[in-house]
Design a protein around this ligand. Structure first.
Ligand SMILES: NC(=O)c1ccc[n+]([C@@H]2O[C@H](COP(=O)([O-])OP(=O)(O)OC[C@H]3O[C@@H](n4cnc5c(N)ncnc54)[C@H](O)[C@@H]3O)[C@@H](O)[C@H]2O)c1
Length: 333
C-alpha cells in the first residue's frame, strides 16, 4: 500500500486517478482549491486540503505528518482559449504551482513526482502519430507553460534528485465505468460533453469549428483516451521512478473526427446532436494523434476502453444520471 498526494484531485482527471489509487488500496490526500474541481468528486475517506498549491500554509497542511511515496500533480489552468487571452497569467501560474509543489515534495523527502502534461507541447506536429522524438513547439501559452514545467522538473532532477514522469495527455474523455465520477467542467470546452449536452437539450447546438481541414471528412481529428485508462497510466508510470525520469505521450493511437464523435453520440444516445458549422479556430491543428508505443513498451499499458462508442457511453451514462454534474451530490464513502 502506498501513500500519495494528489493536487487537483477534485478535478476531472485527478478524481479518476484518486479512485484508481483507492481501488488498489493506497492512501490518498487531495490538495485542491476547488476553483474548478468538486468536493463531491472525492470520496470521504480521502483527506481533503482546501487551498492553493502556491500557498505555503496549504502545502504544510497537505504534507504535515505524512510521508508520501509520490506526488501526482494535476492542478493547473488548462483552457487553451483562456491562455490566448491571459498569456502571462497562464505561464506564471502553472509554473509557480508546479514549482511550489515540487519544492515542498523535495523538502519533505519525497522524490517522485508525476505531472499532467499535454499534446499542446507539440503545436503543429510534423508527423502523425506523434511520438516523443518530435519537435516541441507549443502554439499557445498553455502549451508553453507546460513545457516550462517539464523543463523545471529537469532541473529539479539534476539538482535535487527528484524523479518525475511527465504524461502528455491527448484528449481525456469518458467517465468512471462504475459511475462514481465523471466530467463536470464550467465552462465546458471538450467536444464529447458538449455534444452530449446538445443532444440532451441542456446546451445550445454544438459548433463544429472547421470543415475544410485536410482530413477524411474535413473536420478536425483528435485522439480520445478514456480517463480511466489515463489514470491507469499514472499508476503504471510510478514504479519506473525507482530508476529514472520518463516522458510519455499518452493517447489511444486512433484519431476520430468531430463528425465521427457526433455520430458516436447519436448512436449511443439514440438522439440527434444539433450542431452548426463554423470556421476554423486559430491554433487548431488538423490532426493530433498520439503514438503511445513507448508507454506501452515500458509500462505494459494498453487502453481498456479504446473504442469511441464505449468512451462516449460512459460519458453519456454519467451525464444522464448527473444532469447537474456534481451539484447536490454527496461525497461517496
Ligand atoms: N482534460 C484533458 O483533456 C487534458 C488534456 C491534457 C492535459 N490536461 C492536464 O491535466 C490536468 C487535469 O486536467 P482536468 O481536465 O482534470 O482539469 P480540471 O480543471 O478538471 O482539474 C484541475 C483541478 O485543479 C484544481 N486547481 C487548479 N489550480 C489550482 C491551484 N493553484 N491550487 C489548487 N488547486 C488547483 C482545480 O480546482 C481542479 O480541481 C491539468 O494539468 C491539465 O492541464 C488535461
Amino acid at each position: 500500500m502506498g501513500r500519495y498526494l494528489v493536487t487537483g484531485g477534485a478535478g476531472y482527471v485527478g478524481s479518476h486517478t484518486v479512485l484508481a489509487l483507492l481501488d488498489r488500496g493506497d492512501e490518498v490526500v487531495v490538495l485542491d482549491d476547488f476553483s474548478k474541481g468538486h468536493r463531491e468528486a472525492v470520496p470521504s475517506r480521502v483527506r481533503l486540503v482546501d487551498g492553493r498549491c502556491e500557498d505555503p500554509k496549504a502545502l504544510a497542511e497537505a504534507f504535515g505528518g505524512e510521508r508520501f511515496d509520490a506526488v501526482l500533480h494535476f492542478a493547473a489552468l488548462s483552457l487553451v482559449g483562456d491562455s490566448m487571452r491571459m498569456p502571462l497569467r497562464y505561464m506564471a501560474e502553472n509554473l509557480a504551482t508546479l514549482s511550489a509543489v515540487a519544492d515542498a515534495a523535495v523538502a519533505h523527502g519525497c522524490r517522485k513526482f508525476v505531472m499532467s502534461s499535454t499534446a499542446a507541447l507539440f503545436g503543429f506536429p510534423e508527423r502523425i502519430p506523434i511520438d516523443e522524438e518530435q519537435r516541441l513547439g507549443p502554439v499557445s501559452p498553455y502549451g508553453e507553460s507546460k513545457l516550462m514545467c517539464e523543463r523545471a522538473l529537469d532541473w529539479a532532477e539534476r539538482i535535487h534528485g527528484l524523479r518525475f514522469a511527465s504524461l502528455r495527455y491527448f484528449n481525456a474523455a469518458g467517465a468512471d465505468p462504475e459511475g462514481r465520477a465523471g466530467e463536470d467542467h464550467e465552462p465546458e470546452s471538450h467536444l464529447i460533453p458538449l455534444a452530449i449536452d446538445a443532444a440532451l437539450g441542456m446546451r445550445p447546438p454544438l459548433t463544429v469549428f472547421g470543415t475544410d481541414y485536410d482530413t477524411p471528412d474535413g473536420t478536425g481529428v483528435r485522439d480520445y483516451v478514456h480517463v480511466t485508462d489515463l489514470a491507469d497510466a499514472h499508476l503504471r508510470a510510478l514504479p519506473l521512478l525507482e530508476e529514472r525520469s520518463v516522458r510519455f505521450n499518452l493517447g489511444n493511437g486512433t484519431g476520430y473526427s468531430v463528425r465521427q464523435v457526433i455520430e458516436a453520440v447519436e448512436r449511443v444516445g439514440g438522439r440527434k446532436v444539433p450542431h452548426v458549422l463554423g470556421p476554423r479556430r486559430e491554433g487548431d491543428p488538423a490532426t493530433l494523434v498520439a503514438s503511445s508505443a513507448k508507454l506501452r513498451a515500458e509500462t505494459g499499458w494498453s487502453p481498456r476502453f479504446p473504442g469511441l462508442d464505449e468512451i462516449v457511453k460512459t460519458a453519456w451514462d454519467w451525464r444522464v444520471k448527473h444532469p447537474k454534474g456534481y451539484a447536490g451530490a454527496q461525497r461517496a464513502a
